[in-house]
Design a protein around this ligand. Structure first.
Ligand code: GZL
Length: 332
């Protein structure tokens, strides 16, 4: 494993050095001569964002744009409206524009090798932010900066196991999945299933995508309330779908957080507010604040330094009491 990482880092360094040695189409400007280093204000980064589907995504976009503005690094931004073909178009456009770096959050895990191969051939380093790709060719990107979604799902499941440790009756769970094929949806489901599998009382009786949106969560929850004879727990892959589920549960005359327990992931302000009000029972944080680390990565690469192949964001969990204490200081 060490050898692989060593080779990869060497590859990343080569890729980074190539990118910084003036080999990329953009000419080296007033930076220190010979190192390939550009003045930060001369660097251009193309960022292909997933969309604006959730409170998390909006916070992620704002943090990235603000971080680049503060650093004085030029950011070209595109919103793919959750469509892979739009992200691919945006990446191709950044290659045409000969940006210095490309960053993006892959809306789904698969189907990126061709366009990332084009970026590599153009000598443009690619940063994966937030979500991963399933490509076997790790030379197609320099680093993956984002959460450990399997761990997030595990934290959600472990909380549930703890909550029901003294109960023996069956517990019916419905799962509101994120975007089909996306890393967070796949991994949050995996982590959660692993955490509860030892306890036979837990049954996931229904699982369907709400596409990370509030409307999607509400629609799926309405259908599940009709089709399931009893639901004890909702596990939603993000706050927005959980908030949609709350609307559906209340419309059905039930009390969210009491009649039906709700666990979500993200910890954006609206989710934390619902948690503090007792409508959600537990939230696993997923930090959208990736902008500062993106600047650090670009600065290092510009200086010809290596960056780790995987950078995991720090995050925690919140109970209802912790949400009340944390809300006043929440940035998003
Ligand atoms: C997770 C991110 C997910 C959030 C959702 O890092 O990709 O996408 O959990 C967002 O809120 O839509």
């Amino acid at each position: 494993m060490k050898k692989t990482i060593g080779l990869f880092l060497a590859g990343a360094l080569t890729l980074a050095m190539t990118a910084c040695s003036g080999a990329t189409p953009a000419a080296t400007t007033s930076g220190a001569a010979g190192t390939g280093k550009k003045a930060l204000t001369d660097i251009v980064v193309g960022f292909a964002q997933v969309g604006a589907e959730s409170g998390w995504r909006t916070a992620n976009t704002k943090d990235i744009q603000d971080s680049f503005k503060t650093a004085g690094i030029q950011l070209k931004f595109s919103d793919a409206q959750q469509k892979q073909e739009n992200q691919i178009k945006a990446i191709r456009s950044y290659i045409q524009q000969q940006v210095d770096y490309i960053a993006f959050s892959p809306v789904v895990q698969t189907g990126w090798d061709a366009v990332l191969g084009e970026a590599k051939a153009a000598g443009i380093p690619v940063l994966l932010t937030d979500r991963a790709v399933d490509s076997k060719d790790t030379s197609l990107y320099v680093t993956f900066l984002g959460s450990d979604f399997v761990l997030e799902g595990k934290k959600a499941g472990e909380w549930l196991v703890e909550q029901y440790k003294d109960k023996t009756d069956p517990v019916s769970i419905v799962q509101l999945e994120g975007t089909t094929g996306s890393a967070p949806a796949i991994d949050r489901a995996t982590g959660f299933a692993d955490a509860i599998k030892a306890e036979s009382k837990f049954k996931v009786v229904a699982s369907q995508t709400g596409d990370f949106t509030r409307a999607g969560g509400k629609q799926v929850m309405e259908a599940m309330l009709k089709s399931q004879k009893s639901i004890d727990v909702v596990y939603a892959h993000n706050d927005d779908m959980g908030l949609g589920a709350i609307e559906a549960i209340e419309a059905a005359g039930k009390v969210p957080g009491k009649d039906i327990k709700i666990i979500t992931v993200d910890a954006v302000k609206d989710g934390m507010t619902a948690l503090s009000e007792g409508k959600i029972n537990f939230i696993v944080e997923c930090s959208p604040l990736l902008g500062k680390q993106m600047i650090e990565i670009v600065t290092k690469l510009n200086n010809g330094e290596t960056v780790p192949a995987r950078i995991v964001t720090e995050e925690t969990t919140f109970t209802q009491e912790q949400a009340k204490a944390a809300l006043p200081d929440r940035k998003y």
